[in-house]
Write a protein that binds this ligand. Sequence first.
Ligand code: PHE
Length: 347
Amino acid sequence: MITDQQMLERWGGESLHVYRDRAADAWIIIAVHSTERGPSAGGTRMKAYGNLQEAVLDAMKLSAAMTLKFATVKMAWGGGKTVVYLTRELDPQERHALLLRLGAHIKNLSGQYYAGPDIGTTSDDMDVLHTVAAPYIFSRTPATGGSGSSSVPTAYGVFAAIRATCRQVFGTGDLEGKRILIQGMGNVGSYLSHLLRSEGAYILFSEMNAETVKHFEDQEGYELVSAEALFDTDCDIFSPCAQGGILDASSISRLKCRGIAGAANNQLSDPALHAGMLKERGILYAPDFVVSLGGAMGITLMEAERMPYEEVIAKVQMAIGEALEGIFRLAEKENCDTVEAAYRYVD
Ligand code: PHE
């Protein structure tokens, strides 16, 4: 057991705000990891957790990942994150009221933290937050003057990361005929699949939602992989685009891929340990905080710096490709795993 003090020290963040929301039986956690480079920014994750400690830890880890994302591309932002831990189902009015109360908390932080969407929230929710927390909200709908979902720039970034990973593993970034296994066909996974297919890749997917499965099997003709077979399936690149923490000693020992590049945050359950295991198995791991930084980078460039969409999409892909190339080169040179190389690259 580690103490709360050790936990907070290891996290290395600046402040942790935990609010009890009695009306919705929920907890709101805002983790401000760093404001060293500039205000903190990060998404709003809304979902059920096993307990409060899990939710708080997730907010802490996710906010730290945001700091790394912005630092990788040297942007003047720091890492922050909101977790809304739901303990029961909410009807639409309750959920709306909860968002307004979350907005008041964000507003109270006076610009230390800017929120965007994440798992469980959408641009429509950002519109609601904006009514109370302007100007500290990113990724509103285009109808209200925002640049919409962050999933699109995220997907372009993951696409560039898969290409860079293939280039390193196979000596070519050509995706024709490459077998890419996507875990999670949510907003990012589905958009990514279309980008990959347009380059001739063969798409395999795993997905929990039955309707989504049907759509991608019947309408798009992708190959379905069951949840049980996920880690045992032969593929060139495995792209985790769902929840974090899926890579541990047991899943890593089963993997039959050459590289990993996906959008999910915090894929390794113990980064230092599991990055080493992947290296030993000869699987090239593209560090998740680099692969997935396109959302945060893209939205802040569009909304805070007013950069046009096409330019942003090009810049996101270029930045992620270059960062990964630098990280892979460093890992080779220093004979270390890619996560270690990524930390050194960011420094
Ligand atoms: N949720 C996105 C992530 O995890 C990021 C995001 C941040 C989106 C800021 C919009 C604005 O990186």
